[in-house]
Design a protein around this ligand. Structure first.
Ligand code: ATP
Ligand code: MG
Length: 230
């Protein structure tokens, strides 16, 4: 596959053990490439968040393996795995996960500073990232002074600030009304299409379907459908 960004091969995850164990992922193989906006859909408990955690190297599967940008993740030390994540993956969550005491630009800068940049450099990149999500004028506001959609745009700016080839988003529109949810979905679609990144979005929001280039449907830990739609 050209521009392969993430490959998961025969991945299984079981939580717990014995007869109380839950098989959250059951032999899942998927390949994703740059430029795709893949929507992972399916009922509650079907394994979507678990899949995203495995793709994002936050969770090690019991069997099978994941490669990120051509690099197999299995066997990497904790530190090397951290560097691989930092360089290649930006995360966006339903609950925004912003720091309440920091303003918008500081919330974005922090991801850059953790990656080892100076304060000055971090600030410059953070302002650019906020500009790219249309929030330059709100850079000094704290999360409580921002709307839900604006908070999510700060979170997207933070995910983009290290310029990763991959963005993973878990239910990014679930806390938002229809209008702001649509704006966020459209923004993620542009990040995939125009910026040629891989964007994987977990959602059960049917309104988001029109923004995807591919739809992966999950049920009981398995992929039951995988369609290119645009
Ligand atoms: N940390 C955990 N410990 C035990 N079981 C878990 C854990 N996380 C998830 N599970 C179980 O694994 C299965 C898949 O969960 P997962 O969170 O991946 O589903 P999901 O598709 O994201 O659901 P939702 O749409 O409700 O977010 C579910 O049966 C869930 O109860
Ligand atoms: Mg989930």
């Amino acid at each position: 596959m050209r521009n392969l960004a993430i490959a998961a091969e025969n991945v299984s995850v079981t939580y717990g053990a014995g007869h109380t164990g839950v098989r959250a992922l059951d032999d899942v193989s998927l390949r994703f490439r740059a430029g795709e906006m893949a929507l992972v859909m399916g009922p509650s408990g079907s394994g979507k968040t678990t899949l995203l955690s495995v793709l994002g190297c936050l969770l090690t599967p019991d069997t099978g393996g994941v490669s990120v940008m051509g690099q197999p993740v299995a066997g990497l030390s904790q530190d090397k795995r951290g560097v691989l994540r930092q360089k290649n993956i930006g995360y966006v969550f339903q609950a925004f996960r912003l720091f309440h005491s920091l303003n918008a630009v500081e919330n974005v800068m922090i991801a850059k500073e953790i990656a080892g940049c100076s304060r000055g450099e971090a600030k410059e990149s953070a302002l650019q990232a906020l500009e790219s999500v249309g929030l330059a004028d709100k850079r000094r506001l704290k999360p409580k002074e921002l709307s839900g959609g604006e908070k999510q745009r700060v979170a997207i700016a933070r995910a983009l600030v290290n310029d990763p080839p991959i963005i993973l988003a878990d239910e990014p529109t679930a806390s938002l009304d229809g209008v702001s949810g649509g704006q966020i979905a459209e923004m993620l679609m542009r990040i995939a299409g125009e910026q040629k990144r891989l964007v994987v979005v977990v959602s059960h929001d049917p309104r988001i379907v029109e923004f995807g280039s591919r739809i992966v449907k999950m049920q009981d830990g398995r992929v039951i459908e995988d369609l290119e739609v645009n």
